[in-house]
Write a protein that binds this ligand. Structure first.
Ligand SMILES: Cc1ncc(COP(=O)(O)O)c(C=O)c1O
Length: 399
């Protein structure tokens, strides 16, 4: 049989999906499972989004569309960007894709030749590693442990950019930690970026509308407008609007980068489907009450999760201020046992928690931080308190 390409040997199935699949299997066997594993928002968009999709279906042209994205969609995205303080961009600065993941993949293909360096923080969203490996980039990981609230410091960034990586990939608010950089923190990092002109900056900010406690969302380009020549902003409808399966992502940045992503599109997806485009325009331009209400709900759920985390002895859990994740450092429990099983690491712990209590969380090693585990708290509200109680019981039972 002929061989597969080498890059396929570097591509791995998602670690998060492996946990989710095990939880699904146990559920199918009749077990009572509460899932804190997949990072899905678990709500549906407003009715105006479905109405727009139905209307588009009624007048479907059936034709190919724009490789960059329909004008109406780009305009709605530009308006959304203005709403979060990113002004002065035009359609020529933008492109669209099948979700932010596809945009990030296109950017990796467009910006990185084999062996070029990409730097990003640990903990990282799993696909950063997977995509960087597929394109055979040299990966420079910047450890951001819980002691520094999982956040990158200006000194770390300065040292990383001094090595002139082709790309620095940033994520704010963060998956898996839920941490949000303050205005001053973004400003300090932007000052460092300004000193190092040889690196593209990708800022994956898809949770920009899910920020709590009045911290606000801040961006390198607002802090230092001259950085717009190198900063590529990535966004998505998936989390904000409860539309992960609709697969709509965006980028805005220098024209040359938007053109490169558009050229990539022309060679694989061609365009987003007309009906998806209409629904997306409605989501971005229509009433914003669903995302606003969900943001308030997630903040309250964050408080509920944190109250339990703080009640468990020896967990170290920086308080997240965005997205819908909590990422406790559980390593103080490694070496102890539960139900006679020794818990050596995050994978043992997540397996024991799932087997004994029916609660699915994702081991931190999926995000490069084996001391922690990720709790995604978007489950139906009635499941949250019992799920958290089971976690508390589990840790209390460890010996
Ligand atoms: C940080 C981050 N970036 C990108 C994505 C991908 O989003 P999309 O559904 O738009 O592909 C996710 C999804 O979990 C994410 O958490």
């Amino acid at each position: 049989m002929p061989q597969l390409a080498k890059r396929i040997g570097r591509a791995k199935p998602s670690a998060i999906m492996q946990v989710a699949d095990k939880a699904k299997k146990l559920k199918a066997e009749g077990r009572d499972i509460i899932s804190f594993s997949i990072g899905v928002p678990n709500f549906l968009p407003g009715s105006h989004v479905y109405e727009a999709a139905r209307e588009a279906l009624a007048k479907d042209s059936g034709q190919y569309g724009s490789n960059r994205g329909a004008d109406a969609l780009l305009d709605a995205f530009l308006k959304h960007m203005e709403g979060i303080g990113l002004t002065g961009y035009t359609r020529a600065n933008c492109s669209t894709g099948i979700g932010a993941k596809h945009i990030l993949y296109n950017l990796a293909e467009a910006l990185l030749d084999e062996g070029d360096a990409i730097a990003f923080a640990i903990p990282y969203w799993t696909s950063y590693m997977d995509i960087a490996e597929i394109v055979n980039a040299k990966i420079d990981l910047l450890p951001c442990p819980p002691e520094q609230d999982y956040k990158l410091t200006p000194a770390q960034l300065d040292a990383a950019l001094a090595k002139k990586p082709r790309v620095f990939l940033f994520n704010n608010p963060s998956n898996p930690t839920g941490m949000v950089y303050t205005k001053d923190e973004i400003s300090a990092l932007a000052d460092v970026i300004a000193k190092h002109p040889d690196t593209w900056i990708i800022t994956d900010d898809i949770y920009n509308r899910m920020v709590f406690d009045g911290v606000g969302y801040h961006n390198f380009v607002q802090a230092r407008p001259e950085l717009r020549d190198r900063v590529i902003f990535v966004d998505s409808l998936s989390k904000t609007y409860g539309m992960p399966g609709w697969r709509v992502g965006f980028m805005a940045g220098p024209e040359v980068v938007a053109n490169a992503v558009t050229t990539m599109n022309s060679n694989h997806i061609t365009n987003l489907p007309e009906i998806v485009v209409a629904a997306s325009v409605a989501a971005l331009s229509g009433p914003q009450d669903v995302p606003e209400e969900k943001c308030r709900e997630f903040q309250a759920k964050r408080d509920q999760v944190m109250a339990v985390m703080e009640s468990i002895p020896n967990l170290v859990c920086p308080r997240p201020q965005g997205a819908f994740y909590v990422f406790p450092d559980v390593s103080a429990y490694y070496g102890k046992s539960h139900d006679g099983k020794v818990i050596g690491n995050d994978i043992d712990l997540c397996n024991a928690l799932l087997d004994s209590k029916g609660v699915a969380c994702v081991p931190g090693s999926a995000f490069g931080e084996p001391r922690s585990l990720r709790i995604s708290y978007t489950c139906p509200t009635p499941q949250l308190a019992p799920g958290l109680e089971r976690i508390r019981e589990f840790f209390n039972e460890m010996q």
